[in-house]
Structure formats: C-alpha cells, structure tokens
Design a protein around this ligand. Structure first.
Ligand SMILES: Cc1cc2nc3c(=O)[nH]c(=O)nc-3n(C[C@H](O)[C@H](O)[C@H](O)COP(=O)(O)OP(=O)(O)OC[C@H]3O[C@@H](n4cnc5c(N)ncnc54)[C@H](O)[C@@H]3O)c2cc1C
Length: 504
C-alpha cells in the first residue's frame, strides 16, 4: 500500500475513536464518519427531559486489567476523570454487607482473606469457590479453549459448586461482566473473567467509575483526532459500501462509502467500527458472499441491559456503589446528591442534545423537584431478557422495591422521579460457539478492516474489547503501509506473585 493513503473509519464509538486516533497519531490522513452528533456510541449520555440532568444511558465501569482502554483515556487526556474503587461492596438479600478488598498477600491470594470473611457465604460455599478458582488457575490455554463449546453453568456443575455459591458469587460476577446468564455463556469466557480480572495481579480487579457523564469523556476525542491531523465528520450516516474488482480481478476492494442524504467519501482503506448488524446493512450482496468474516453476522445474538435512574427526595445511600446478590437488580451506583432546581441551569440544553427525546421511558407520574437536596441512584440489570419486555412502570417499581430492600436509609424517603433505559441491543450474547462468528480484523477484501467490540479480540463485548479491536485495526492498516508496530496493543497486566507460576 502507498504510504500516503487516506483511511476512512466508519462509526465513532470507542472502537472507531481508538482506530482513528492511533492512525492520526501515526500521521495517516484519516476521516472518522459518525452518524450521531457526538462520539462515544453505546457509551453515551442524554439529557433527561424532566430534570434537565445529563445522565448516562447506563453506568459504564472498567477494571484495572483494561490496559488498552486506560491507554486511550490517557491519550484523550481524561484519565483523571476516572475514580478508582479498590473496595467492592456487596449486599445480600438479608441486608448483610461484604467487602471485596485486597490485602498484602501476593496474587492470586490478595482477595482470599476478604472473601473468607463474606458473611453471605457459608464455609462450604467459600471452600467450593476456592476449589473452583484453583481449578481455573490449572487450565492451560488449550484446555481453556476446549471449554468454549460448553456453558459456564455446566462447568460449575462438573466442579460440584453448591447452589448458594453459584447464586451469591459466580453468577452475579459473570452476569455483570459478560452480560449473559451463566447457562447461556461460554465457559472459557467466564473463566477468563476470573483469571484476568481477579487472580492475575493485585491491580486487575480495581474498578474504575467515570466521575463525569460519559459524553464528557468522548467529546475530547474530536479535538484530539483533529489535533493529530485527522478529520471527524459528525451527523454523517454511512449508507452503503461500494465495491470494485481488485487489481487481480479475482477479489474485491471497497471503492467508496456512500452517505445517506447524498454524498460519498472516497478512501484507500476502510475500517468498519460499526456494530455487526449495522455493518451487514451496508454491504452489497457480492461483498457478503465473498468475505467469510461477514457471513455469520445474522447468527450473532444480542443481550439486553436495563438501567433505571431513580431520584429520591433525600440522601439514602452513602456508599459509592453496591453489588446486590440475590436480587433482580445487580448494581446500584450512587450518582450523587443534587439540588433539583439548579440542575437545569448548570447542565441544560446543549449537552447531549440529540438524545433527550428518543432515550428512555418515563415511569408514570412524578413529583416536581422543589430545590431540596435529592439523591440520584442508578440501578443496573444485565442480561435483562425478562425485564426488557415489561412496562417502564413495572421495571421502575421492581428497582424501587429492591433499592429499598438493600438500603434501609430509604425508608420514608420518596421517589421524585424515575427513568428506565432499555438497551435491547446492548452487547452480543457470549454464547458457546460465539468465537467462530467473531470476525478477525483482516479478510479477503484487502482494504476492508473490521473493528468493534464484536470482533475477535480475545475480550468480551466491553469498552476494552472495543478499544482493542480499534487498535488492532489501526495496526493492521499501518502494517500494510509498512509502518510496523506503530500502533501495537498495550500488553496485559503482568501476572504478579504466585500467578506468575500458573498455567497460560
Ligand atoms: C447499557 C450498556 C451498559 C454497558 N456497560 C458496560 C460496562 O460497564 N463496561 C464495559 O466495558 N462495557 C459496557 N458496555 C459495552 C460497551 O458500551 C460496548 O462494548 C462498547 O461501547 C462498544 O463500542 P464499539 O465502538 O464497538 O461500538 P458502538 O459503541 O456501538 O459504536 C458504533 C458507532 O457506530 C455508529 N454508527 C452506527 N451506524 C452508523 C452509520 N450508518 N454510519 C455512521 N456511524 C454509524 C454509532 O452511532 C456508534 O457511535 C455496555 C453497553 C451498554 C449498551
């Protein structure tokens, strides 16, 4: 490939941002095409019309092991906007609080002491969990990969894990991490979560929570990409990829990207950072037929996430977050106290203007915010297959009931407003066999590179997976231009302590 080629990146979620930024930083002329008025894709915020508050579609968290996402935050200059939680708070159905917190022991034993103190688990359950964790550390990469066709529930059953350990521990962590139920999730994906997220290093489990609305993290990307020499075209919707015979006439190449409402974008190489279902719609039949990466797109299933924003008329939660075990609600995040009347003026119209009307479903009636100090909580349900079909009123009622059950301080407090956000297409479902449908970066159409969290990155559908896919696509383009390793992946956290001795 010539060294002055123009690259078109389609889709400005985390994957597209990552690809475009790395290419621009490497001096490649790049244009990022995004259909919305803001970058960030699924990690986004909107203006809640009732309160004028800028709220996230859903809380997005990361972990210490998300090395590439953290690298992207550094490049965007927003690293300081992430608050790190080293203590993870759990609350069970009886209101007992447990704390997951590392002590001075080397990995993988750094969390063992706090787990042994879990009041919600019996000794038999704790011993079984320790046995399960140990078995995970014994798997080499070949045996781990062989588990891909079975579900994590099957693996736990084979390891004779008691029902209590599954309900109160294994299931809760996996549903949140992989957005799928343990009977529907591939065993190797789930085991990888525990190995890389909890056992590998003392830093890997630490949880990062943005201190600002998500849009504030990704707004920075426009400036950074442009400063590095790239172009960002917002509100430009890709409609179709056009193809022409490649030089050898045997294969195809992409000739241009046609935009909705007229116009086209020409380039030498194209990086799709679109969700898989959107990419499928852009491709002409001959492309779908020739490129095996695109043939399985219609077989990838989706898994929903439901988020419920609830405003109480007074502070009801002091902790920053809570993991609920034995509840249909998986997490409660404390989004802070607010003075009702001030919000509109502070955060008003210009933030996330495009999303206010289309996002979210309001729960029935609400009381006006009267300027008293309210508290905004955000409840999250992953793999919410049952909940997505229920009415917003019903979902909000379940969330309120569970929040009150978990937070005794909420007794007597009134809910002044609630908003339910159903993300039906939140992530792909990490079912056994999914790996075969996830596309590699490169394929037979030499100038079409694929990115997005659904691509084959070795990571589940997460922000880290999306950034990895973007970096991998940038690296592939640069490699093809002869700029070797100019955009390599950031390595995983090094295993520390005894984890250096465990099998890989
Ligand atoms: C509710 C919810 C909660 C989540 N929570 C977490 C979490 O806590 N932690 C975590 O790591 N991950 C979480 N995720 C997953 C994470 O958001 C995604 O994995 C990640 O953002 C995907 O990034 P992406 O760039 O691959 O895709 P997307 O974000 O989907 O980006 C694709 C982009 O393409 C654009 N686009 C679509 N069609 C066109 C077109 N025709 N022309 C031009 N542009 C187009 C879209 O507007 C979008 O900006 C969550 C997801 C959801 C939905």
């Amino acid at each position: 490939m010539p060294s002055d080629l123009h690259v078109i990146v389609i889709g400005g979620g985390l994957s597209g941002i990552a690809a475009a930024l790395r290419l621009a930083e490497a001096g490649v002329p790049v244009t990022l095409v995004e259909t919305r008025k803001r970058l960030g894709g699924r990690a986004t915020s909107f203006v809640d019309p009732s309160t004028s508050a800028v709220v996230d579609n859903c809380q997005h968290v990361l972990m210490g092991c998300c090395t590439n996402l953290i690298d992207l935050y550094r490049r965007l200059g927003v690293e300081s906007k992430i608050e790190w939680h080293r203590r993870i708070h759990f609350r069970d159905g009886q209101g007992r609080t447990d704390l997951l917190d590392a002590d001075r022991m080397p990995a993988p034993l750094h969390l063992a002491r706090s787990m042994m103190r879990f009041k919600s688990l019996t000794w038999a359950e704790k011993t079984a969990i320790a046995r399960g964790m140990f078995a995970m550390t014994r798997l080499d990469s070949k045996r781990l990969a062989a588990l891909h066709e079975s579900s994590f529930a099957d693996w736990l059953a084979q390891r004779r894990q008691p029902a209590g350990a599954i309900e109160k521990f294994w299931s809760g962590i996996i549903v949140s991490a992989l957005n799928e139920r343990i009977d529907r999730v591939a065993a190797d994906y789930a085991i990888q979560v525990f190995r890389d997220g909890f056992l590998r290093s003392r830093e890997s489990y630490v949880m990062g929570v943005p201190k600002v609305p998500l849009v504030e993290l990704y707004d920075a990307a426009v400036e950074r990409i442009e400063q590095a020499g790239g172009t960002v075209r917002l509100a430009a919707s890709a409609e179709a990829l056009e193809v022409e015979p490649d030089r050898d006439a045997e294969s195809l190449r992409i000739s241009l990207l046609r935009l909705q409402r007229g116009g086209e974008v020409r380039g030498d190489a194209f990086v799709s950072a679109l969700p898989f279902e959107r990419l499928g719609r852009l491709c002409p039949p001959e492309l779908l037929e020739r490129d095996p990466r695109l043939r399985g797109l219609d077989r990838i299933e989706l898994s929903p996430i439901v988020g419920i924003h609830i405003w109480f008329d007074r502070p009801v939660m002091a902790l920053r977050h809570l993991v609920l075990t034995s509840s249909p609600i998986h997490w409660i995040f404390n989004k802070g106290e607010e003075k009702g009347e001030e919000k509109g003026e502070e955060k008003g119209e210009e933030k996330g203007e495009e999303k206010g009307e289309e996002k979210g479903e309001e729960k029935g009636e609400e009381d006006a915010l009267d300027g008293a100090r309210t508290q905004h909580l955000h409840a999250v349900v992953s793999a919410a297959h049952d909940l997505v079909e229920q009415s917003p009123d019903d979902v909000a009622a379940i969330a309120e009931r569970e929040v009150r059950r978990a937070l005794p301080e909420a007794e007597g407090a009134k809910v002044v407003h609630a908003r339910v956000i159903k993300e039906k297409r939140a992530t792909f479902s990490a079912r056994p066999g999914i790996e075969r449908l996830r596309a590699p970066t490169r394929g037979p159409v030499a100038n079409l590179y694929l990115a997005g969290d659904w691509c084959r990155t070795g990571w589940p559908a997460t922000m880290e997976g999306a950034v990895r896919a973007g970096y991998l696509a940038a690296k592939a383009v640069l490699d093809d231009m002869g700029q070797d390793a100019a955009a390599a992946l950031v390595p995983d956290l090094e295993p520390t302590g005894f984890s250096r001795l465990t099998r890989r």
